[in-house]
Write a protein that binds this ligand. Structure first.
Ligand code: GCU
Length: 605
């Protein structure tokens, strides 16, 4: 009774934000999926958001049923209502809208989604959250006509508390999704990938106790392979709750008393089987309070650089990588589930990879957790891509928020060894300040992983030069180079001279070239499989001689959609640099790369 009285009072509060702290490890919480068919309304003029004076309805004092988030239905035959979700078509969630309807293929703008649901609490003292794996690009979320909040950024999760708004019957969750590109955004207007819009990842309700475990980190202490350390944070802590960390296989079972809603711990253990690509050991980790027990599967490993070496568990490694976009090429759509992740990582495994560069934005949690299980090291990146608005404080805050959400979600994943701040950004004072800010932010959130960014090289006095000042602040000097595709001579490539200004590990974060699968000819003809194969052969002869080379991730695993690639009969809206076509067929260069990795694996036994 009390809850409904509260609801009545709260319904007059125009904007409610009770708790928006990100929930992690949601797959092991008490969830109810809201995946499935949602009604949608295409709204290019944002008629459902602004009145005819272009004032946002949700900023006006009085409620207006013309606002789509009110999900209004005419109460008689005379009343004027010009929308109706229940009579509108449906989109499948999760999933981009571009690939679901021909008419939405190129659509960039606002689409409203609506999903109705009933909800009964397991325990009436519990709390309820609505969680989105990702929405591209900007989301404004309403439940039962109340605005929960706004999220900007297309590739990281967020949640809103709905405890005091949800009803037992007839809830309507309305989401305004806007994927218009704009200069101040992250990414900015210009990218070489499809701007898939929509609720592109899972949506779920999460029921939590009044005081719950909302965040935790359980990893090896930086620089010490025998100490499991971390923290647990409680939400709505009442004082000195007992929090237990249990890792049965390590015979760890320790209880701590929370202070200010949190505990920190360092636990000595000598018996760890370290996570590695060859042996991706994951431990069952339990975090318990009187109200809740959360289970996670966590691997323990050290990652560091010493001079030009990358040391995994103290052993020098070579990153046998491949770049991957978050797209199921055969569907020509955003990837969003475990099946999609399996396709990509199985291909990477077949190529001989021990590492993947998840370009150019945080991918969904399925592929990161699968990388943990399969033993695939990961480069995770935020989409500070090309020429973002480096002088804009709002843009920096958007980038920092995306980095925070990515690290918050994935900080317990052993597979992730590198956080990448950017891709091919043009050096400048403003850009260096922007990236240094991100690097510091990354290290403040997680000092156990390496930080990098995909830089570029230039050519001077016969040398390929890498002297980007930001390299001084990175643990790994990674750069993209396209010898034989965007210039440079393939014949001369094996004898190329390099001047890399850092005594740090060097990783070629991209190289490659395009080929239309099935188009055959000579190495003198661009777009043939033979040209791509020759390009790989010559680049690899060059790469293996680059000083301090410790890894590479060719661009890219498979062909992917891009509005920039419009050459008829060859590209037709696809970037053709994949080693595998968008029909899942391997090109000749795939096997060139596979042979190279067989050799590198032996060299680094
Ligand atoms: C760039 C960029 C990629 C792009 C690729 C290409 O290096 O990082 O996002 O797709 O080159 O030109 O194909």
């Amino acid at each position: 009774m009390m809850r409904h009285l509260i609801i009545k009072i709260l319904l007059f509060i125009p904007f409610i934000a009770i708790s928006q702290e990100l929930l992690i490890n949601t797959s092991n919480r008490n969830t109810t999926s809201l995946n499935g068919t949602w009604n949608y309304i295409v709204d290019p003029y944002e008629t459902g958001y602004y009145n005819y004076r272009y004032e946002p309805y949700d900023q006006l004092p009085e409620k207006n049923n013309s606002a789509f988030y009110n999900n209004y239905h005419a109460s008689n035959k005379l009343e004027l209502v010009e929308y109706d979700f229940d009579k509108s078509p449906t989109l499948t969630v999760p999933g981009d809208w571009n690939s679901q309807y021909e008419k939405l293929f190129y659509y960039e703008g606002t689409i409203w989604y609506k999903r109705s649901f009933d909800y009964s609490f397991l325990n009436e003292n519990n709390r309820l959250f609505v969680y989105f794996g990702a929405i591209n690009y900007k989301a404004e979320v309403y439940l039962n006509g109340k605005k929960l909040g706004i999220h900007e950024g297309g590739f990281t999760p967020f949640n809103f508390e709905v405890t005091d708004i949800v009803k037992p019957k007839g809830n309507y969750l309305v989401v305004k999704v806007d994927n218009k590109r704009f200069k101040e955004a992250i990414p900015t207007i210009n990218t070489d990938w499809w701007n898939y819009g929509g609720i592109t990842r899972d949506v779920k309700l999460i029921e939590e106790p009044k005081t719950f475990i909302h965040d935790y980190k359980v990893q090896l202490k930086k620089g010490n392979a025998n100490i499991v350390s971390g923290y647990v944070k409680l939400n709505n802590s009442l004082g000195n709750e007992a929090v237990t960390i249990s890792i049965p296989e390590l015979k760890i079972n320790k209880t701590y008393t929370a202070k200010n809603g949190a505990i920190e711990f360092e636990i000595n253990t000598k018996k760890i089987s370290y996570w590695s690509p060859e042996s991706p050991k994951l431990y069952d980790v339990f975090i318990k309070t009187a109200q809740q027990s959360l289970k996670d599967e966590i691997g323990f490993r050290t990652i560091e650089t010493v001079g030009p070496d990358i040391l995994l568990n103290g052993k020098s490694i070579f990153l046998r990588g491949i770049c991957i976009h978050e797209e199921n090429a055969m569907r020509g759509a955003r990837a969003y589930n475990n099946a999609d992740a399996l396709v990509a990582l199985n291909w990477a495994k077949e190529l001989g990879c021990n590492y993947v560069r998840l370009a150019h934005y945080p991918h969904n949690e399925y592929i990161v957790k699968l990388a943990d299980k399969m033993g695939m090291m990961v480069w995770e990146e935020i989409p500070v891509y090309w020429t973002v608005d480096f002088t804009n404080k709002k843009t920096l805050n958007i980038a920092k928020n995306q980095l925070t959400e990515a690290i918050t979600r994935d900080k317990n994943r052993a597979a992730i060894i590198i956080w990448s701040m950017a891709n091919e950004t043009p050096p400048s004072e403003a850009r260096n300040t922007f990236l240094k800010n991100l690097i510091n932010h990354s290290k403040s959130l997680d000092d156990t992983r390496l930080v990098s960014a995909a830089l570029e090289k230039h050519y001077k006095d016969g040398f390929n030069v890498v002297d980007d000042e930001i390299g001084n602040y990175l643990d790994i000097v990674a750069f993209n180079q396209y010898t034989g595709w965007y210039g440079g001579s393939l014949e001369d490539a094996p004898n190329a001279k390099w001047n890399i200004k850092f005594n740090k590990p060097v990783v070629i974060s991209e190289f490659g070239g395009g080929a239309l699968q099935g188009f055959h000819g000579t190495i003198q003809e661009r777009w043939t499989e033979e040209y791509q194969e020759y390009l790989y052969e010559q680049n690899l002869k060059m790469i293996e001689k680059i000083p301090n080379i410790r890894g590479t991730s060719p661009w890219i695993l498979n062909d992917f959609r891009s509005p920039k690639r419009v050459l008829p009969d060859i590209q037709d809206g696809w970037n053709r640099k994949g080693l595998i076509s968008n029909h899942g067929i391997k090109k000749k260069a795939f096997f060139t790369m596979q042979n190279f990795y067989k050799k590198m694996k032996l060299q680094y036994q």
